[in-house]
Design a binder for this molecule. Structure first.
Ligand code: PRT
Ligand code: ZN
Length: 288
């Protein structure tokens, strides 16, 4: 049987969470910083460690069957038509935005006409500027794009923003969010061999189980019988709870899966409804 080959980032912001995702799927990997490819000993998958920019092309040309990469990189490499996003993975979230110095006279994107914009994502920026009928000069810079305006290399930048603190620290403000991105699992469009499709199905089932579990909590409490309806209202995304009688006839035990994190505020509201012994536990896997 053929093994699946998956490309992930070798080091950087997506590395830890890509490896964690595989681990949560029960794919064991004996990591070594020197090896380019590592074979899992308990799942028919080989993991290739590369720069994120190369991942879309490796998947497109068949060097790998699958890849984990940011949507921003797929767009920039221009491979989005040849690739399918099989799953959104819920990490590596960011936006890619145009930003200008706080004191800049550029206040609207139209003001960017004839100006210089520094970026590591020239292709994505070009597409955006064309769609807005704006003609600017795009200056490609590999790293530290945020310092380009203070060095007079550019009037504006187009870069990844996450918390916004890098922009702030460099005296810049966001002018326009152009796209949002997160890490996705990709494959080439079209079918793989039957062997590989079946391995992918099995991997996807595990990924889905792990992603569903990550955001869910198992909730247990004892509560007054006449408050069940109100308690149901409070629990985020709850399906029918399990209600178990207790020796105290006025009380029941309630067990439920909440589809999102249960906040302290919710726990306090449950307590105010008379719930006691409230337990919120993480869930490892959900298979429906
Ligand atoms: O070596 P390799 O080419 O593999 O890595 P890289 O240096 O190109 O990428 P890396 O590891 O920095 O980022 C990988 C991916 O993580 C990106 O392509 C995005 O999809 C995603 N991602 C999520 C981010 C961020 N958040 C992020 N905040 N990538 C970069 N940043 C940087 C941004 O460039 C800016 O300098 O963080 C700074 C802004 O952060 P805030 O929080 O101050 O706004
Ligand atoms: Zn990169």
């Amino acid at each position: 049987m053929k093994r699946l080959r998956l490309a992930i980032q070798k080091k950087g912001r997506l590395y830890d969470q890509s490896v964690d995702l595989l681990r949560s799927c029960g794919v064991s990997l004996e990591l070594s910083s020197r090896q380019l490819v590592i074979q899992s000993s308990n799942f028919m998958i080989d993991v290739l460690f590369v720069r994120d920019d190369d991942i879309p092309e490796y998947v497109n040309n068949g060097v790998c069957d699958l890849g984990i990469v940011g949507q921003n990189i797929i767009l920039e490499t221009g491979k989005n038509d040849q690739l399918t996003e099989v799953r959104s993975l819920g990490f590596g979230q960011c936006r890619v935005s145009i930003a200008v110095p706080e004191k800049s006279e550029i206040n609207y994107i139209e003001d960017l006409s004839g100006k210089k914009i520094a970026t590591s994502y020239p292709r994505t920026l070009d597409v955006f500027l064309k769609s807005q009928n704006i003609e600017s000069r795009v200056v490609k810079i590999e790293g530290s794009v945020e310092i380009a305006p203070s060095l007079n290399i550019a009037d504006a930048i187009f870069d990844i923003v996450s918390t916004g603190s890098t922009l702030k620290a460099n005296g810049m403000k966001e002018l326009r969010k152009v796209l949002e991105s997160q890490a996705v699992l990709i494959k080439k469009k079209g079918a793989m061999t039957a062997d590989k499709e079946s391995l992918l199905d099995s991997l996807l089932q595990r990924i889905d189980g792990s992603l569903a579990a990550k955001n869910s909590r198992y909730l247990m409490m004892n509560a007054p019988k006449d408050r069940i309806a109100e308690i149901k209202e409070l629990i985020p995304g709850m399906e029918e709870p399990t209600v178990v009688p207790l020796t105290n006839e006025r009380k029941v035990a309630i067990h439920a899966v909440a589809k999102e994190d249960v906040l302290w505020e919710t726990v306090e509201q449950l307590k105010n409804l008379g719930a006691t012994s409230i337990l919120v536990a993480p869930i490892d896997k959900i298979v429906v």
